[in-house]
Structures are given as C-alpha cells and as structure tokens.
Design a protein around this ligand. Structure first.
Ligand SMILES: NC(=O)c1ccc[n+]([C@@H]2O[C@H](COP(=O)([O-])OP(=O)(O)OC[C@H]3O[C@@H](n4cnc5c(N)ncnc54)[C@H](OP(=O)(O)O)[C@@H]3O)[C@@H](O)[C@H]2O)c1
Length: 266
C-alpha cells in the first residue's frame, strides 16, 4: 500500500534544513529515506513518520566516506522502487578561526562531505532517474556560493562547487525527464554555525536568521517547479543575493568577515 507513494531521499535530514525538506516531501505525499551522521537520525525518522503518516526509513552513515555514500545508495536500491526526489543536503562548515589556525584534516573532511559526497551520490542517482525518465534532484548549496567566506575560508568554495555542478548537470539532463535545482539558503537558524565553531561570531546568533521551514518551503516548491535555483530565505536574503551578483569579491569578502570574524580577534 505504501509503495504506491513516490519515494524521496534527503541527506543530512536528522535536523535543520534537511529535516524541514523531509517534512515537505512527506507532507506532499512521499515516503522518505532520511540520512544523518549520528544515531539521532532514528529518532528523527520516528518523529517524522508519526507527524505525517508516511513511511520513513533512517540511514545512519558518514558521508565523508565512500562506504557511507554506498550505504545510502544501497538503502535506496534495496527498496526496489524508483527514486522520485533526491535532496542532497548534508553539509558542514568550519569557522571560528582563520585558515592558518584551523586543522587541515578538518577542512579535508569538510570537502569530502560538502563536495565529494555530492558528486559520488549524484552519479548513481542521475543514472537511475534517467533510466526511469523521471526524477527531481535538489542540491543544497548556499548564498555563500556567491561570496568569498573569510573565517569559513573553505566553506564558501565548497558551496560554489555544488552550485556550479548543479547548473552543469541540469543542462546535461535537459530533455531526459530529470530536473536539477540548487537551493541557496541565506543564514538559517539551525545548529550549523554552532557546530562550525562559530558561536563567538555574529553568525553564532540565531535570532536574526531565516527559519528553516521558510527555506524548505521555498526550496521544495522550486524543486517541484523544476527551477534552476532558489534563494532560500526572507526579503533581506533576496536583497543580499542581488547585491552579491553586483559587488566585487574584495568588497563582499570584507563584508562577510564582519559577521564571521571571531569577536576576540576583531
Ligand atoms: N544554516 C545555515 O545558515 C545554512 C545556510 C546556507 C546553506 N546551508 C546548507 O544547508 C545544509 C544543511 O545545513 P543545516 O543548517 O541544516 O545544518 P545542521 O542543522 O547542522 O544539519 C546538518 C545535517 O548534516 C548531517 N551531517 C553532518 N555531518 C555529516 C556526515 N559526516 N555525514 C552525513 N551527514 C552528516 C547531520 O547529521 P547529524 O545531526 O546526525 O550529525 C545533520 O543531519 C548544509 O549543506 C549547509 O551548507 C546552511
């Protein structure tokens, strides 16, 4: 009975924007596979299933590794069902310090999750959807894709990669029945900046940021409409997106540093 519902996959959906995207998929009648790095993904799946009445499957895996990516894709293929929607959302940042003071191993981990895992997962997903002549792929990038991100120096480039990758893949898949959309949220009130070690920065204050529900509603609507990209957030986020198209990189870098620089080093 449940197999009559289309199937959606959302990575990094134990919390934050990913959980809100999974809620959108469920509320629009999809069974959902949600993934997360820690054991709490199981509790999140139980809560989402209870709230929405759809079938929710949890996969706990570390997407920084090839094995973790395989675990996720194996969970999809084990259903024997076509994947209607894939939302590749898991991502982290590393901030709270200058590049020269951070640990290179942490930055390489960040690249493995934010960039490499997206490419690894996109390959079987795109092939599977093309074979089915139907599917929708959402990549969570960031407004940080459009600005240098000092004091999160590696993060912005990882999001720029995903934005550009999504647009290239979208062009290749035109006419196949598969759409690709990039979601560019502005700063959003999740655990993200605290986990990035940015508690002592303006980004550490969640009070002024976008509601993850608002971001997810816009992202999901844009995905279903087959849009190339969606700015995730309120009017201020929209204005920032427009400004960032116009301003030179050095000006944007200086502005970004005002919010990302640890207060003790100002
Ligand atoms: N928040 C913002 O201001 C903002 C703005 C623009 C773009 N974004 C983007 O939005 C996406 C989601 O961010 P968020 O704000 O929702 O962050 P979040 O609340 O910290 O959630 C991150 C999610 O990613 C999962 N995750 C972390 N490390 C992982 C790993 N190694 N392997 C697999 N999953 C892992 C987490 O699982 P566990 O909880 O189990 O660890 C969690 O489900 C990211 O790609 C981020 O770049 C965020």
């Amino acid at each position: 009975m449940t197999a009559s519902r289309p199937l959606a996959l959302v990575t990094g959906a134990s919390a934050g924007i990913g959980y809100a995207l999974a809620q959108q998929a469920a509320r629009h009648g999809h069974d959902v596979i949600i993934t997360g790095a820690s054991g709490r993904v199981h509790d999140s799946a139980t809560r989402l299933a209870a709230d929405t009445g759809v079938q929710v499957t949890a996969v706990q895996s570390d997407l920084r590794t090839a094995e973790g990516v395989d675990q996720v894709w194996n969970a999809v293929t084990a259903t024997g069902r076509p994947l209607a929607i894939a939302m590749l959302n898991a991502g982290v940042s590393l901030g709270g310090a200058a590049f020269v003071d951070t640990d290179l191993a942490d930055e390489l981990d960040e690249i493995n999750l934010n960039v490499v895992s997206q490419v690894r997962l996109a390959k079987p997903i795109a092939r599977h959807m093309i074979a089915n002549r139907a599917g929708r792929i959402l990549f969570t990038s960031s407004l940080s894709a459009t600005t240098p991100t000092p004091f999160e120096t590696v993060y912005g480039p990882t999001r720029a990669f995903v934005y550009s990758f999504a647009q290239g893949l979208r062009q290749e898949l035109l006419g196949t029945g598969v759409t690709v959309t990039a979601l560019l949220p502005g700063a959003t009130a999740t655990e993200f900046h605290a986990r990035a070690g940015m508690g002592g920065t303006r980004f550490g204050d969640n009070s002024w940021k976008n509601d993850p529900q608002v971001v997810a509603v816009k992202g999901f609507a844009g995905l279903m409409a087959g849009r190339d990209h969606v700015i995730g957030g309120d009017r201020a986020t929209w204005r920032a997106a427009i400004r960032q198209r116009i301003l030179p990189e050095r000006i944007k870098a200086a502005q970004f540093a005002k919010a990302s620089r640890p207060r003790c080093s100002q």
